[in-house]
Every structure is written in structure tokens, then in C-alpha cells.
Write a protein that binds this ligand. Structure first.
Ligand code: NAD
Length: 493
């Protein structure tokens, strides 16, 4: 029996093979005890007919090793191809995406020399559910799904991460002034969980001012936790602020598997030139080594990398006209790191990783099963009552008043037509002539008074609508949960 840890490795597309070869060369020279299983994913697999960009053998390897070192891949534009990155994260349950973004001034030019931010991005939900529909000639829809267990898991992860890594402050960023139910839930759960970590200070910011402040005063942030889309965007901004998107690693952590990658993409504009910065993937491999219980090797590589940066060695995208430093290619940069293995940085504080196996120590995992009393993953069953239905209708060349006339005539004893909105804004009753309307109408039918309705009532309503030639796109039930409204009002309602 050898003592090598099997890991799955994908060399990826674009600059992927170049930066992966550089990374594996450093891992080999540093004595990482790993046994790579190479898989093909991405562009070649899409073209080979795997519409998801990954074969069954590749899945088998990932499920066997549970550790994935992945170079970036190219997602073909359009053509119905789903993003393989999102598919892998979700299929393997990698709910937490950890993106440390650190400045290396004065050796890497940046406007923000004191920046040291960790972005904890929710990795499975939000608009990345990928549930999209074309509903009318004019209107396309993407569903934003935010769940209580998803919020609890990522937010607890952020607090556990802060606690385990000696960080003092966690900022939550959402857009809950607009999305009061989805982002509102994320914010609410953040406030609930924050109470359980009194030693950590907290703050909530609306994402727009939060992103602006991150861009201008990043030194004010420590750990940031945020839903998927905002996290995706602000982590690229944060990495670029440190000097280059090519510097930042990311760890995608789940209950059973973990994936380590650079945050950047396959950079087709510089592929094949041997000039890409391998640092993002190399630092991701450092996170992987800590995860698989090889902290000493991780530490040696990280410190050697800091030495190379201190010695002024860097890749082309970090170079600038006044630079006194040495721009080198991808392999030469890797060799510079190899040459410094065993050395300690003099300017930067040397990195220390505590000797711990994957499931404890500096590695943060949050299990849905580990402590049910503390982790509120199962929402208590609420008293749910159906009080109405939103019927979405495709109708061109019409007006809100005309449509309301047609629909009011159909109203049964179970319902009354309460309002019509177009793109969310109320256009009936008492709409404004100034409001621009598309061919997509939401017609809200509500039970009168405190009455409730049944699914059969909705079926009868739909039968009556379709009998009149009305093109129903979909319905959404309107429910209360323990008496609390489970749906948003129309804008202007
Ligand atoms: P990108 O990150 O590939 O490139 C953006 C810019 O940054 C380019 O100018 C590029 O040259 C530069 N850059 C990126 N990494 C660099 C590095 N290591 N060294 C030096 N410069 C670097 O983003 P993009 O151009 O929007 O996307 C290209 C492809 O990558 C797309 O198909 C996209 O879907 C895919 N992508 C994949 C991943 C992933 O696999 N995790 C992530 C993001 C994008």
C-alpha cells in the first residue's frame, strides 16, 4: 500500500493545460503525496457529444476520489450547453465557494496594499439554478431560488471559517431592499446565525454599495458572505483589485467532495503562449493539500511562492512599464517557486498550516447531520393556506383594462380578480398610461375575505380561461404560512 492520496485532475481548456502542468510540477517537486487520475472535461467532451461536458468515467473518478483539482474550462456560448462548472458544483453538493483575495504589495502593483478579504460565495442556488423559460414573444424568465437550508449552511460556514481562521468580522451582502423574500431570507438567516457567534462582529450591506466600497476601501472587509451571483461578481472584482484575476484561488467545499480551482476562466486570448499566471491554480492546490491532510507540503509551496513574489518574479499580466521586476513565462514561474522550496519569505509573514487531516483543524465543514439541535436545516412545518392564484397570461395587442374586462367576466365565487401587473408593476386597477407593457401579464385572483381556495378551484378557473382562448403561461399559488403572506405585492399595489 502506498500512502498516496488519489485526486482527480482535469487539465481543462485554453490556458488550463499550461497552468496545470506548472502546478503539478511544483506539487511533484514539493513531495506532495498524490496520485492524479486525469479526466477529460469541457470543450472536447461537449464536441464529443456529452451535452453536459463530462463523461460517466469522469463522474466515476470524481465520486471515487472526492477531491478534484481542476483547471478552467471553456463553456461554449449558446447552443443549449449548460455550464459544466455549475453542474459539477451542484451535482457534488459543493455548497461553499471560498475565495481568498490578498494584496502582495509592494511586489504586485495594487491601489489597495492592505487588502485581505475572503469571499464566501453560496455555490448552488440563486439564479444559478439555471431554470429558464421563454414565456411569450417578448419575455424570458430565469428563476431565482433561495432556500432556508442553503442560507443556513453557507452562512454558518462563513462564521465557522471566520472563527477557525482568526478573522474578526463577517459582512453579509444582499439586495433585500428589492428582493424582500429571497434575499430577505438570506439576510434574516444571517442575523439569526450571527447571534450564535458573539465574538465576531457583523454588518449587512446592500450589494451595490457593498461592491462599491469593496472596490474603493477593501481593507475595511474581512469575510464576506453573499448569494451566488453577487459572490461570483465581487470575487472577480476583489481578485482584480489585488493586482490580477490570475492570483486568486478558490475552494469549492461540500459534505462529501471538494474541488479546487483558480477563480479565472480559460483565458483563450492568451492560450498557448506560455505566459499565463499559474498562481491561482497553484494556490488552489495549496488549499487542496491542506484539505487532504498534507499541510507541511502546502506550507512549503505557499512560502516558496511568496519568496518568488518577493524576489520580483512574476507573470506577464502583472508587469508594467515602470516595473523593475522580472516577467517570466508560466513554466519559468513554476521553476522559480520550485527553486525556493524550503525558503521562508522575508517581507511577507510566513504561512503556517496546522497539521490536521481534512475533516478538522483549519478546514471548515458544516454537516447537515452533525448537530441537528444547533443546525436548523429542517424548517418546522408551517400552517399553509392557499388564498389565491397568480395566472400568467400571454396576450399581445391588448390593454390592461381590456384584459381585466375579459377576466372579470369569468370570475367564479371562489375568486375575484384583484390586480394585473406587467413586468411586476400594477397596471390594473388604476394603471398609468405611461407604464410600458409587454405581452406578459400577471393576473392575480384572490379568494374574497378570509376564504381559502383549493386546487380544484384553480383547475376550474384555468378551464374557464382556456375556453375563452386565453393563453395561460403558468400559475403560481398564493399561500400564507402561519398567517404570514408568502408572496410579494405588486409594485404599486
Ligand atoms: P477569463 O478569466 O478567462 O479571462 C479574463 C481576462 O483575464 C483575460 O484578459 C485573460 O487573459 C485574463 N486572465 C485570466 N486568467 C489569467 C491568468 N491566469 N494569467 C494571466 N491572465 C489571465 O474570463 P473570460 O474571458 O470571460 O472567459 C473565458 C472562458 O472561460 C469562457 O468560456 C468562460 O465560460 C470560461 N470560464 C471558466 C471558468 C472555470 O472553469 N472555472 C471560470 C470563469 C470563466
Amino acid at each position: 500500500m502506498d500512502n498516496l492520496t488519489a485526486i482527480t485532475v482535469a487539465r481543462g481548456d485554453g490556458i488550463g493545460p499550461e497552468i496545470m502542468d506548472a502546478t503539478l510540477a511544483v506539487l511533484d517537486a514539493a513531495g506532495a503525496r498524490i496520485k492524479p487520475e486525469f479526466i477529460e472535461i469541457g470543450e472536447s467532451q461537449y464536441l464529443a457529444g456529452y451535452s453536459s461536458g463530462i463523461s460517466q468515467q469522469a463522474w466515476d473518478s470524481l465520486r471515487r476520489t472526492k477531491v478534484f483539482l481542476k483547471a478552467p474550462i471553456t463553456t461554449p456560448q449558446g447552443g443549449g450547453f449548460k455550464s459544466l462548472n455549475v453542474t459539477i458544483r451542484k451535482t457534488l453538493g459543493l455548497y461553499a465557494n471560498i475565495r481568498p483575495c490578498v494584496s502582495y504589495a509592494p511586489f504586485v502593483q495594487t491601489l489597495h496594499p492592505k487588502m485581505d478579504v475572503v469571499i464566501v460565495r453560496e455555490n448552488e442556488e440563486d439564479l444559478y439554478a439555471g431554470i429558464e423559460h421563454r414565456q411569450t414573444d417578448d419575455v424570458y424568465q430565469c428563476l431565482k431560488l433561495i432556500t432556508r437550508p442553503g442560507c443556513e449552511r453557507i452562512i454558518r460556514y462563513a462564521f465557522e471559517y471566520a472563527q477557525n481562521h482568526g478573522r474578526q468580522h463577517v459582512t453579509c451582502m444582499t439586495k433585500d431592499n428589492i428582493m424582500k423574500m429571497t434575499d430577505g431570507l438570506f439576510h434574516k438567516v444571517f442575523d439569526e446565525i450571527a447571534k450564535q457567534y458573539p465574538a465576531i462582529t457583523t454588518h449587512h450591506m446592500i450589494i451595490d454599495i457593498g461592491a462599491a466600497r469593496l472596490a474603493t476601501r477593501p481593507e475595511q472587509f474581512d469575510v464576506i458572505v453573499t448569494p451566488n451571483l453577487y459572490g461570483d461578481i465581487i470575487s472577480d472584482i476583489a481578485a482584480e483589485l489585488t493586482g490580477s484575476v490570475g492570483l486568486a484561488p478558490s475552494a469549492n467545499i461540500g459534505e462529501h467532495c471538494a474541488m479546487f480551482e483558480a477563480i479565472h476562466g480559460s483565458a483563450p486570448d492568451i492560450a498557448g503562449q506560455g505566459i499565463a499566471n499559474p498562481s491561482g491554480l497553484l494556490l488552489a492546490s495549496v488549499l487542496m493539500l491542506v484539505h487532504i491532510g498534507q499541510p507541511a507540503v502546502a506550507q512549503a509551496i505557499h512560502n516558496a511562492w511568496l519568496c518568488a513574489i518577493e524576489d520580483g518574479i512574476h507573470s506577464a499580466e502583472l508587469h508594467h512599464a515602470q516595473s523593475q521586476r522580472i516577467a517570466v513565462g508560466t513554466q519559468a514561474f513554476a521553476q522559480a517557486v520550485i527553486d525556493r522550496l524550503g525558503q521562508q519569505p522575508k517581507h511577507f509573514t510566513p504561512v503556517y498550516y496546522s497539521g490536521s487531516p481534512a475533516s478538522n483543524g483549519s478546514e471548515t465543514t458544516v454537516s447537515a447531520n452533525s448537530s441537528p439541535s444547533e443546525l436548523l436545516f429542517k424548517s418546522p412545518k408551517a400552517d399553509k393556506k392557499m388564498v389565491g392564484v397568480d395566472v400568467f397570461v400571454h396576450a399581445s395587442d391588448t390593454s390592461a383594462d381590456f384584459l381585466a374586462g375579459q377576466l372579470s367576466a369569468l370570475t367564479t365565487s371562489a375568486f375575484e380578480l384583484q390586480m394585473i401587473t406587467n413586468r411586476g408593476v400594477k397596471v390594473w386597477p388604476a394603471g398609468f398610461a405611461e407604464t410600458f407593457c409587454t405581452d406578459h401579464w400577471r393576473c392575480r385572483f384572490a379568494a374574497p375575505g378570509t376564504n381559502t381556495i383549493t386546487h380544484t378551484d384553480i383547475i376550474h378557473l384555468l378551464e374557464a380561461l382556456t375556453a375563452r382562448g386565453i393563453d395561460v403561461i403558468k400559475t403560481e399559488n398564493l399561500c400564507t404560512f402561519d398567517g404570514e403572506r408568502g408572496y410579494a405585492l405588486g409594485q404599486g399595489q
